[in-house]
Write a protein that binds this ligand. Sequence first.
Ligand code: PQQ
Ligand code: CA
Length: 672
Amino acid sequence: ATAAVEVDQAFVIANASTGKNWPANGFDYGGTRFSPLEQINTDNVKQLGPAWTYDLQSERGIEATPIVVDGVMYVTASWSVVHALDARTGKKLWSYDPHVPRRMAYKACCDVVNRGVAVYKGKVYVGSLDGRLIALDAGTGKKVWEQDTVSDHSRSYTITGAPRVVKGKVIIGNGGAEFGVRGYVTAYDAETGKQAWRWFVVPGDPSKPYEDESMAKAAKTWDPAGKYWEAGGGGTVWNSMVYDPELNLLYIGTGNASPWSQHQRSPAGGDNLYVASIVALNPDTGKYVWHYQETPGDSWDYTSVQDLILADLKLDGKTRKVILHAPKNGFFFVIDRTNGRFISAKNFVDVNWATGYDKNGRPIEVANVRSPDKPFDIIPGPFGGHNWHSMSYSPLTGLAYFPAQNVPLNLANDKRWSGQGSNKPGQPMSGIGWNTAMLINSQTPKSKPFGRLIAWDPVNQREAWRHEYVSPWNGGTLATAGNLVFEGTADARIIAFNARTGQQLWDSPTGTGVIAAPISYEIDGKQYISVAAGWGGVYGESQRASEGNTPGTVYTFVLGGKAPLPKFTEYQRGALLSGVKYDPKDVEAGTALYVSNCVFCHGVPGVDKGGNLPNLGYVDKTFIEHLDQFVFNGPFVSKGMPDFTGKLTPDDVEKIKAFIQGTADAVRPSTP
Ligand SMILES: O=C(O)c1cc(C(=O)O)c2c(n1)C(=O)C(=O)c1cc(C(=O)O)[nH]c1-2
Ligand SMILES: [Ca+2]
C-alpha cells in the first residue's frame, strides 16, 4: 500500500465523483455521505452478502465512520483505539492504542466512544478520549506527534469526535458541556502538530480581555449575574465540521450551554452566543465569519453538533448554496451557507418548545417552557429529536436521510444548584461532576419513545417517507447512486431501503445494535458496503433493543458475498434481584444517591434492561451485597467505572443498595 500519501484536498475533491475511496468522515468536504457508486442497486441488493468481518475487540459503543483509501480501512473502536485493515479482506495491518487512562472515563458524559479518524498525506489523526490529538504514520501506525488539546485538566474535557483536515490543518473540538466547560475548536499543523489557532465558542471571564471581537460581541448576550464563565458556558464542538473550498469557510456545529438551566447561568436570559449554533470560520485563521443560532438561550441540552451537510438546492427557481441540518431541537434547517441567513425551518418530529420559526429565523417559543418553577416534559428531550447519528443527502433524490427519535425526559430547573461543583444528591450524575442545574424526571414524562428513519425533502420542508423502528437510537445513514439508503439499527441489523420510496429491500444481522454509519468504496471493480457495529453511546449504556451483545465488529458486504458471520453472543441478564437485606427507610436517600452517581450508566434497576453496562436489578445478589467492593476502587475501574473513594461513604453505599433492592422489589410482579 502507498499508505495514503496522496490524500490531500485535490484527492478528496476528485474522489467525490468516482467514489472509489471514502477519504473523509462525511465522504466529501460537504459531508453528504452520498456514494456515487451504483454497482449495488435496487435490482441486485438482495444478493448482498458478507465479504469479511473484523473483530474490533471492543465491548463498548462503536461510533466510527471508517475511512478507506488505497485499499486500506482506518477505523476506531471504543477507548479511541485505531485499527488499520486491508479493505479487501479485513486482515489487520496494524492497530494503535493510545492507552486512555480508564480512571478518567467518568469525564465522558456518553460512553467511551470515538467517531473515527482523519487521513491526510500519509498520516492518520485520532482524538483520544482523554483529549490528545495524535498523528500516526499511515503505513506503520507509529506515533509521529501528539498534542494535548485540553486547556484545563481540572475540567471534564474529552474528545469523542473525528478530526477533520482542511488545507493542511487538523481541526478538532472537545466534549464536556454536561460537566461545565468552555467550548472551543483548535487547529494544528498536520505535518508538525504545532497549534495554528483556537476559537472559543462562548465568552470567558469578563474581567479579563476577550480573545477576539466575536467574544466581545457574544458577551453582550450573557448575564454576568449568572457567573457563566465559572461553569464554562458550554458550546462544545464534539461532532460535525464541514468545509466549502470555494467559499473557503469551515462550518462547525456548536453544543449545548453549560449548565443546562439558563436560569442558573444567565438569569436575565439572552441568546447566550454562540451555543447551539452553526458558525462559519476562516479555516486559515480561525476567525469568526458568521453564525446562525438554532436554539437561542438553550436550556435543554439542544446541541447543534449533528451532521451539517452542504448542498446546492433549487429554491424558488434559483440555485442556492445551503447547509442542511437536523439538530437535537427537532427542526430541520435550511441555511444560506454564503452568509448564514435563515431560509427555512420545519419540525421533523413533534416539538413542544416552539411552534415554528419566524421569517428572521427566530424560534417562536411556547409560554412556560422556561418556567423556573415548573417541571416540563420537553419534546424533544435532551437525547434530541436527532442525535449525532449521521445524516446523508442524495442529490439524485433530493432527500436527506436521518434517524429521528423521542426519548421521554422531564426537566426542571434545580434551584438548589448554586454554581459549579455545588452538587447535592439527586442532581443527575453530579457525584461524578455533572453540572446540569436541572432535575431529570422529578415527574414521570408522559410522551412515548420512538425511533424512525426519516427521508426529508428540504426544498418543500416535508417528510417524503419514514420507516418505524422498535426503539430510539438507530444508526447513521449512507445514501448511494444505486438508489439505496443503508442504515444499521438498534435491533441489530443493517438494512437497505429504496431511497425514493422507503421500501425495505435487504437486511443482514449484525449481532449487536448499530449506531455508527455505513460507508461504501470500490476495489478492483467491486463495490463494498461496510459498517462498524457496536451498541452503546449515551442511550446504549443503559438501554437495549436487541439481546445481541456481540463485541464490536466491522461488517463488510459485497454482491454474492458468502463469508461467515462471527459467532453472535447475547446479553446475560440474570433473574430479577432478590434477597439483599436493606432498611426500607434508606430507599429515599438511596434514590437521590443513585441518581447522582449511577443512573445514566446502569439505568433504573429492574426497569431498564441493561445496555453495554449491566442493569443492577438483574445481577447476582452477591454483587449488590458486596457493592462497596465495586464502588471503592473496585475491579471495574480498569474498565472505566469511576472510583467513588472519597465521593461516597460506606453508609451511602448501604442506601444505594436499599434503592436497588427496593426498586427491584417494587417492580416484581406479584405472584397470585
Ligand atoms: O455537551 C457535550 O459536550 C456533549 C458531548 C458528547 C460527546 O462528546 O460524546 C455528547 C453530548 N454532549 C450529548 O449531549 C449527547 O447527547 C451525546 C450522545 C453521545 C453519544 O456518543 O452517544 N455523545 C454525546
Ligand atoms: Ca451535551
